[in-house]
Ligand binder design. Structure first.
Ligand code: ADP
Ligand code: MG
Length: 337
């Protein structure tokens, strides 16, 4: 009896695997994934990879997340970003070329996107402290005092000497909107360098894939319903894209007097933008249209869509405060609600 049950159990397991892998040719020989989850960069990072050497490859991918986190974590006083912030108004600081690359990427986004993304937003994100200070809402005077300390145009980057200087005391860099994306790109590079042809990396809604699923089907990624943590607002098939990022007001926030205060701040006003509650961007890694979702969240549907045209092949889903879903044309047929 026990033997029979074991046989039945193993049959049902096989059926599950076959279904999960799809029914295409070779499904019965579907390769085994190696999957690992770690909590890093203040978020859950899942890496799944298929193919020979997948376990070792996943380890090197995690090493990239660790390395970029150590460089950029502003809550670690020894990180290079903290060193730059501690020297604000005093000295330039020499940093790793990866930090220079992140700062330059962020600065070009600021220029392209009306300053809606600005990594010198540190004075404001520290003042608000969403996720760190309880239900703290700063006064208008405090916000006004912080605003002059936020301006990407003041950032001095020397990419020959690899030095960075913040000219005003109190200025500070916050790479919260950039580092996960940058690290994820590095993690994907590390997987590819190890010969991986099929993988998915999800760093808290910052998703990148290599190739297709092992059964040849495109990877499909769910977009969380911003007002129901258990539900999905949409499913996107990554047939034409290998990168997906979401910025929303539902992961890090507090509600006080019926008002939601989330972690994304408009660097120009010092307060939370509220037209949009979630923005998802899909793009192709080769186009290098990384780090757009935070700015799109700040810009809102109309200006966001207008400025997104600078990045051909990159598409967006905006979910607005009143529940509307606005999808750019290139996503038609690739998204399901
Ligand atoms: P997530 O952290 O959920 O991936 P984002 O990628 O949109 O979300 O990054 C939000 C983080 O970026 C905030 O937690 C804060 O550290 C920082 N930030 C907030 N507002 C801005 C802004 N306007 N420009 C640049 N960085 C920002
Ligand atoms: Mg992000």
């Amino acid at each position: 009896m026990k033997g029979l049950r074991r046989i039945l159990l193993s049959i049902s397991l096989i059926i599950l695997v076959v279904l999960g892998a799809g029914c295409g040719p070779g499904a019965l020989f579907a390769p085994k994934p190696y999957k690992e989850t770690q909590f890093l960069m203040d978020t859950i990072i899942d890496i799944t990879a298929y193919g020979q050497g997948n376990e070792a490859a996943v380890k090197t991918a995690f090493d990239e997340f660790k390395r970029i986190n150590e460089l950029t974590n502003r809550f670690d006083e020894n990180s290079q970003v903290s060193k730059i912030n501690q020297a604000a108004g005093k000295d330039k600081v020499q940093v790793d070329p990866d930090v220079i690359a992140m700062l330059k990427l962020a600065r070009s986004r600021s220029e392209q996107l009306d300053g809606a993304l600005d990594i010198t937003v540190g004075a404001l994100t520290e003042l608000w402290g969403v996720g760190h200070k309880g239900e703290f809402v700063p006064s208008q005077a405090e916000i006004k005092a912080a605003l002059p300390l936020v301006d990407y145009r003041l950032l001095e980057i020397d990419d020959k000497a690899n030095t960075v200087f913040l000219p005003k005391t109190g200025m500070s860099i916050d790479l919260g909107a950039v580092a996960k994306s940058y690290a994820n790109r590095k993690a994907i590079d590390a997987l590819k360098a190890k010969g991986i042809k099929s993988a998915l990396v999800n760093a808290g809604g910052e998703v990148r894939v290599i190739g297709t699923r092992p059964d040849g089907q495109p990877w499909r990624v769910g977009v969380q319903d911003p007002r129901n943590t258990e539900g999905l607002a949409a499913k996107i098939s990554l047939s034409d894209w290998d990168s997906l990022e979401t910025s929303g007001d539902y992961q890090r926030f507090f509600i006080k007097d019926n008002v939601r205060y989330a972690h994304i701040i408009d660097p120009r006003t010092g307060v939370q933008p509220r037209e949009v509650v979630s923005v998802t961007i899909v793009s192709k890694s080769d186009n290098y249209a990384d780090v757009l979702s935070t700015a799109m969240f700040v810009l809102g549907v109309e200006r966001g869509q207008e400025l997104l045209k600078q990045y051909p092949g990159t598409e967006a889903v905006f979910i607005t405060n009143d529940g509307k879903k606005v999808v750019t044309p290139g996503l038609a047929g690739k998204i399901e609600f």
